[in-house]
Design a protein around this ligand. Structure first.
Ligand SMILES: NC(=O)c1ccc[n+]([C@@H]2O[C@H](COP(=O)([O-])OP(=O)(O)OC[C@H]3O[C@@H](n4cnc5c(N)ncnc54)[C@H](OP(=O)(O)O)[C@@H]3O)[C@@H](O)[C@H]2O)c1
Ligand SMILES: *C1O[C@H](CO)[C@@H](O)[C@H](O)[C@H]1NC(C)=O
Ligand SMILES: *[C@@H]1O[C@H](CO)[C@@H](O)[C@H](O)[C@H]1NC(C)=O
Ligand SMILES: *[C@@H]1O[C@H](CO)[C@@H](O)[C@H](O)[C@H]1NC(C)=O
Ligand SMILES: *[C@@H]1O[C@H](CO)[C@@H](O)[C@H](O)[C@H]1NC(C)=O
Length: 323
């Protein structure tokens, strides 16, 4: 209830920020000129605003996008503010494990450090569809592609954290929708079942997977004693191209729930808070909403489920790679 109250009123929470805070406000005064960040899906919506504000704080930003034309436009837009801003664009299609692997090869070849990874790209409520690897599209894009991407970039992030003494940060764009999933949380035995497919629950399942993944990764990194944190965020409810499969429903809902909707600069705030704010030093395995820590669902906090998802994801990737 407190959550809803502060969401509607924009009242700040314990962090000093709230639902009305923008990405620029949350990162004000931060000099991040020593940091390099990858933002998946950084060519539109919340990801683009995140890229713009990180670049404003002098981060070297890599926009990883599947559509290189929108990525070029995104870069132009950021350069309009400051033509010396450090922005690069690279091709990444998260629903293809092959594309994930070649993105990582190309990135490693640049010889850049990597401090921040923002797993932001996503699709929502699409009709049943299989990825080129034969995996249900929302799970493949929102979770599995990011799972492989994160694992392949982890060594680079560890090297960077060690060499620079600067904490690495991994941020997963989850969603409040993680609470609306299939009964068992993740349908390990029926991940590709078309008959029982629900476009809404499959989205919730993929967003639950994002949370479980960040939590399990956080545990593993702590165990290893690595200076990298992994957290999840719910950005708020924001009208973006994400709603393309549900624009009628969303515009209808918005008429009654306009008071909980955010604009894009507000939508990118929690991501930028998790990526840059000094008060989150050492904080890991947490879930943030409106720039404040929040309790996720019981399923999302279930360690066994997190471990099971980790093994399941690895098995899927190995299967695809053998075919
Ligand atoms: N907006 C909300 O209310 C809301 C609420 C909760 C959580 N979120 C989460 O926030 C994140 C960003 O969403 P958004 O609202 O900013 O939506 P958006 O504008 O549609 O951004 C998503 C980005 O992901 C990219 N993408 C989709 N599939 C991809 C793939 N296979 N490979 C590479 N990139 C891909 C899209 O590129 P294309 O343009 O090529 O499709 C787009 O740039 C998502 O993870 C979403 O689940 C959003
Ligand atoms: C979330 O983070 C984990 C690493 O913690 C990654 O493997 C997982 O797939 C990510 N998903 C997204 C899109 O946030
Ligand atoms: C960036 O790194 C240089 C060299 O290590 C250091 O002198 C400088 O203080 C750092 N800048 C910030 C803002 O941390
Ligand atoms: C423009 O960006 C560069 C690189 O991040 C930075 O060094 C410079 O201070 C920025 N200029 C302004 C006016 O912010
Ligand atoms: C980890 O990173 C933080 C923040 O950058 C830094 O203050 C701390 O000294 C680092 N710890 C180690 C063990 O390198």
């Amino acid at each position: 209830m407190v959550g809803i109250f502060s969401l509607v009123t924009g009242m700040a929470g314990p962090s000093g920020f709230g639902s009305a805070t923008t990405a620029e406000q949350v990162s004000e005064g931060i000099d991040a000129s020593n940091l390099t960040a990858i933002i998946t899906g950084g060519a539109s919506g919340i990801g683009l605003e995140t890229a713009r504000v990180l670049a404003l704080r002098k981060v070297h930003v890599i926009i990883a996008a599947r559509n290189m034309n929108s990525a070029k436009e995104a870069k132009q837009l950021i350069l309009q503010d400051n033509e010396s801003a450090r922005v690069d664009i690279m091709k990444l299609d998260l629903c293809s494990l092959k594309s994930v692997r070649s993105f990582v090869e190309n990135f490693i070849a640049l010889g850049l450090p990597l401090n921040i990874l923002i797993n932001n790209a996503g699709v929502m409520f699409c009709p049943f569809q299989l990825s080129e690897d034969g995996i249900e599209m929302q799970f493949a894009t929102n979770h599995l592609g990011h799972f492989l991407l994160t694992n392949l970039l982890l060594d680079k992030m560890k090297q960077t954290a060690k060499a620079t003494g600067i904490e690495g940060r991994i941020i997963n764009l989850s969603s409040i929708a993680h609470t609306y999933t299939y009964e068992e949380g993740v349908r390990f035995d029926d991940i590709n079942d078309q008959i029982g497919y629900s476009d809404k629950k499959a989205y919730g399942q993929s967003k639950l997977a994002n949370l479980l993944h960040a939590n399990e990764l956080s545990r593993r990194l702590q165990e290893e004693g690595v200076n990298i944190t992994a957290n999840s965020v719910h950005p708020g409810v924001i009208m973006t191209p994400l709603m393309r499969h549900s624009s009628f429903l969303m515009n209808f809902l918005k008429m009654f729930t306009f008071y909980i909707w955010k604009n894009v600069p507000q939508g990118a705030a929690t991501t930028c808070y998790a990526a840059l704010h000094p008060s989150l030093k050492g904080v890991t395995g947490k879930y943030f909403l409106d720039c404040n820590e929040f309790e996720p669902s019981a399923l999302a906090s279930n360690e066994l489920l997190g471990k099971k998802l980790w093994d399941f994801s690895n098995k899927l990737i190995n299967q695809v790679s053998k075919e």
